[in-house]
Every structure is written in structure tokens, then in C-alpha cells.
Design a protein around this ligand. Sequence first.
Ligand code: ZN
Length: 273
Amino acid sequence: MDYIEMHAHMVSRTTDDYTQMALMGCAAITEPAFWAGWDRSTADGFDDYFRQLTEFEPKRAARFGIKHYTWLCLNPKEGEERDLARAVVRRIPRYLDHANVLGIGEIGLNRVTRNEIETFKDHVALALEHHQMILIHTPHLEDKHKGTRTIIEALQSFPNMDPARVSIDHAEEHTIEMILDNGFWTGLTLYPQTKVSVARAVDIIEMHGADRIYVDSACDWGHSVPAAVPQFVMEMRRRGHADTLARKIVWDNPIAFLGQCPKFTPPVFAHAV
Ligand SMILES: [Zn+2]
């Protein structure tokens, strides 16, 4: 089944991964800016990364027939460093007109500190000032519920924030209701160990329906699976769900959300299988 990968860190993946994703039906990828695995030492390091995301990676993806989009930010793990964060936020506008930039992301919180919250708000203000969409990372494990609540409150402190243009990713059973009830979009991140397994994701769809929900692999340099979205489709079929429901989650919903950005064009070669 054709699908859109809503969250993949392709700078960490090989050409073999691109090949497999193309064979599995991946038509487009959105790649949020994230943590490199170590803290970058200067704002210049982010410039190099943003050039990779806006210049090199779209060309690499195109060789496999995959459309590549990106989101830009200083990631939550480095948000503690306020001086660095301010310097990076000042540089982001020069990239926003690039053809593959959808908005600001993945911003959010890691350990839910005061500095992280300030850096998060700086990014939200930047997004709203430049009419950008927003993609949000929520903290892991024990910090997830509190962090998601804090993120929603911070977003709602901006009177001109439209929740329909914001996705709060990495939702789990105990956070999805507060995300959806407040009008946001959400993603279920399919991970082999942490986050949500394929079976848990289908459980969540069976409980909450499929409105404003998508799934993604969030594959990066760590233990993660670029085939996670097709595996989700397999599990939906195994449980007897109609393909129209799976397609809503891996194709129609991503297009509905991303289509709010005029730079996003739904892949036309794909079709109703
Ligand atoms: Zn990520």
C-alpha cells in the first residue's frame, strides 16, 4: 500500500533503506530536524545540518522516486542551552522559503526544564510569526504525560495558535486523548522497543478511531525500523480491518494535515490500490 512516512531521520539511514522504503510504497517522507547523538557546539553546526536537510537530502530521496520534505529547529535535547538556542532560532528564517520546508519541528521538551520550555516557546513564536506549521516531539516514558500537558499549555498561551496546524507526535495510550481533545493532530511512533509497538498502535486505533491520527517510524541512528509503517498496515489487515481504514491513517490523513502547507503537493503517481 502506498504510504507517506511522516517522521524519518533519513540523514542517518543508508541508500538501502531508501530502496526498501520505495519498494514498500513510500511516496513521500517528512524529516524533522533532531539531535545528532551529540550536542552541537556552535550555531554554524546547525547551518550545515539545515543545508543537508534542504539541499542534499531531497536530491538523495529523489533518486528513489521519493519526495522529501523537512522541518527545521533546534531540537528539544539541546534546548537547555539558551544562548545557542537563541542564535539558531535567529538563523532559521533564512531557510523557511526553501521548497521542501514544511515548518518548525520537531520542537518540544526532553526533561521538561524551565530553559527547555523557553526554547520551545521561542520556536512557537517563530512559527506563528512566519505562518509555519509545527511538528512536536513529546518526552519519553515517565516524563511523557507531564511533558505533553506542559506542551499543550504552552501552545495555548499563544492566542493565534491554530491546533489544526500542529501535530503532537509520539502519542501513547495515556496522552492521546488530551492531544485530540484539544484539537491537535497526532502521530503514533512505531518503535521496536520504546514508544508504541505495531500491535499497540492498532489497539489505539480500535479504541480512538482514526481521525487526526497517523503513524510513523521515526527511524534514526538508533534502534528503529524504516519498515514500521508497512508493518502497521500488515497488522491492520491481519486483524481484518478494511484497507480503506489503513489507507486513511498512512495516506489520507498525512495529506490532509500536510496539505495545509502550500508547498506540500500530494504525490500524483500514487493511486488508490
Ligand atoms: Zn524524531
